[in-house]
Design a protein around this ligand. Structure first.
Ligand code: NAP
Length: 296
């Protein structure tokens, strides 16, 4: 028996396996494409020949594949299902809260204890103080998983027993990053159009980054309290600004997709009567009209 098995040796799975070996654990690994195993074997890991074998090799298995569908496609065959009985499975593949809930039901039906987690780190940060992993599952399963988890990331956030919460926070973070990436790229294209090096833009944005941390704290609080009256810049003002950002893109041949999307959403908020409120009030036109999908 080894201490822990790892299924999935992509960029992230390999980083997890490296950290687990580096912390002195006996590690057994398996990947669909076993050409990714030799660097880990060189560090001291053992390779398994089959999914069932890798599950049987350790009391705990960490899974990090592209998504939950890939995980299920590997585990949902008779010998692998049998091997799950009595094991602790830590799934760190990304997905939606629905994927996590559905997989939780499936894996517990097959006699395994389950921890679902979402990684907020680059592979190179795994095993170090900057890496963060949010996990959920029963308190007993978390107690069993915690020592191994702490070798993977300096920040382990136990979100409690609601199995969908790690994926929820990861999805929320992804939404934020999508806006951040597209906004930065659009801004860089504006700079290029006017002869400013995007690196100068990067320096400027990095310098004012603390302002965004403050903004996130204020927006989260305003949304939690549903109070948007203390506006320093109103939705009406920002809506007009985004309108001319889209017009500038159209005139210069830069894609108008991102500013037009932002301008349209701010305009919807203004049309909904939030024009005099702060920017966080845009959530009024983003929220679902009901939460009925949760009860379906
Ligand atoms: P990756 O390098 O593309 O690796 C994907 C892994 O999934 C490989 O082991 C691949 O096997 C396996 N796989 C995919 N489909 C499969 C299938 N149908 N059957 C069996 N194996 C399958 O991706 P990654 O960067 O490691 O990401 C893995 C997970 O970590 C994702 O859910 C990702 O969102 C999450 N994550 C990644 C990062 C990051 O910075 N990389 C950060 C946070 C979270 P093969 O090698 O055989 O193709």
């Amino acid at each position: 028996m080894s201490d822990v098995s790892v299924v999935g040796l992509g960029e992230m799975g390999s980083a997890l396996a490296r950290a687990l070996v580096g912390a002195g654990n006996g590690v057994t690994v398996w990947n669909r494409n076993m050409s990714k195993a030799p660097p880990l074997i060189a560090l001291g890991a053992t390779a398994a020949d089959t999914v069932a074998e890798v599950l049987k090799a350790s009391p705990v298995t960490v899974i990090c594949l592209s998504d939950y569908a890939a995980t299920l496609s590997l585990l949902d065959e008779p010998v692998a299902r049998e091997a799950l009985e009595g094991k602790l499975v830590i799934q760190l593949s990304s997905g939606t809260p629905d994927h996590a809930r559905s997989f939780d039901g499936w894996i517990r039906d097959h006699g395994a204890r389950y921890i679902d987690g979402a990684i907020a780190a680059w592979p190179r940060q795994i095993g170090g103080p900057e890496a963060a992993i949010t996990v959920a599952g029963s308190e007993k399963a978390f107690a069993a998983a915690e020592p191994l988890l702490r070798t993977l990331a300096g920040n382990i956030n136990y979100a409690g027993t609601n199995i969908g919460h790690p994926a929820t926070l990861a999805n929320a973070g992804l939404a934020y990053f999508a806006g951040h990436w597209l906004g930065f790229v659009h801004g860089a294209a504006v700079c290029e159009a006017e002869g400013i090096d995007p690196a100068v833009f990067g320096d400027m944005m990095a310098e004012i980054a603390p302002m965004f941390a403050d903004d996130m704290l204020r927006m989260g609080k305003a949304m939690a309290e549903n109070r948007f009256d203390s506006a320093e810049a109103t939705i009406k003002t920002i809506s007009a600004d985004l309108g001319w950002l889209a017009e500038y893109a159209e005139r210069t041949g830069i894609s108008n997709a991102f500013p037009r999307l932002a301008a349209d959403i701010f305009q919807q908020a203004q049309d909904a009567g939030a024009g005099a409120q702060q920017h966080g009030a845009v959530i009024k036109v983003i929220r679902p009209t009901s939460n009925s999908h949760r009860d379906a």
